[in-house]
Design a protein around this ligand. Sequence first.
Ligand code: ADP
Ligand code: MG
Length: 308
Amino acid sequence: MNYALELTSVSKVYNNHINKKKKRALHSLSLSIPSGSIFGLLGPNGAGKSTLINIIAGLTNKSSGIISICGYDQQLYPEKSRTFLGVVPQELNLDPFLSPREALEIQAGLFGVRKRERETTKILEKVGLSDVKNAYARSLSGGMRRRLLIAKALVHDPPILILDEPTAGVDIELREMLWNYIFELRSSGKTIILTTHYLEEAQKMCDRIAILNKGSLVEFGKTKTLLHRLKNKILIIHLNKKIVQMPNFPTTVIPKIKPDGSLELSFDRTVISTEKLIDICRDNHLSIKDITTCEPVLEDVFKLAIKD
Ligand code: ADP
Ligand code: MG
């Protein structure tokens, strides 16, 4: 497989020069991110997400380990590595007196993109900023600034785009627009690395995720595989008539009558099947109106992973 990013035993210790204390922020992380995928980095506050993102972006020094970006060792080829990355920081820091057009032109200049190779107009159009291309950045809304930061990260057409909390505090409409744009970038072959607080978002968008806790990798894999590993499933059976007597379910099933009268069955799907449970209900003459199931969600994976 072709990897956009490979980390081998990456560690980080922050040295506090004032109280001489050391803070271990990352413990020997190893992971590989295939090219052309969307990778989500999750974890509670203080887990080390920004530290890792900043190390990959070349903004913070690692203490040990190897980072390979598009096959190049970041330490041996710092400049080359930098050109492979487009980084969108979490803070909306933009020069207030530059217009989107100027901001992109300056960024392209910084990355040595030749004038005739620049795609300023096209990028502005893609992120929906054509109408305000000549306005001062300070007059742009939060959502527009976020899009401008993404546009800036893309001027040198990097194969990898890194976004730190791209949708934090962003309204639902813009969030969906950003999601679609990120999907579009993936289709064009780019690798997307993002951190997010929204587990639902990670579940929807990310092909692979890693969960960091206290600087250690506690989960890493395909989102689908991680979800599949969760054994618990919930079946909600809506009934035509109230239950008089609860059927005898196997002991591995936890039955509960919900306030609306429906029957909720929590069960381990590796031990008993949904069909079997429905059969038991029918055998006990329960008249079933409708059935809904709750599939495992990333939130459950997350809770399990970070529990002490
Ligand atoms: P996250 O982004 O997941 O919230 P961070 O990477 O910001 O986590 O922080 C990870 C840990 O490293 C935290 O305990 C934090 O206090 C510590 N840390 C972050 N930056 C520094 C720094 N510059 N100096 C010392 N400790 C830091
Ligand atoms: Mg952070």
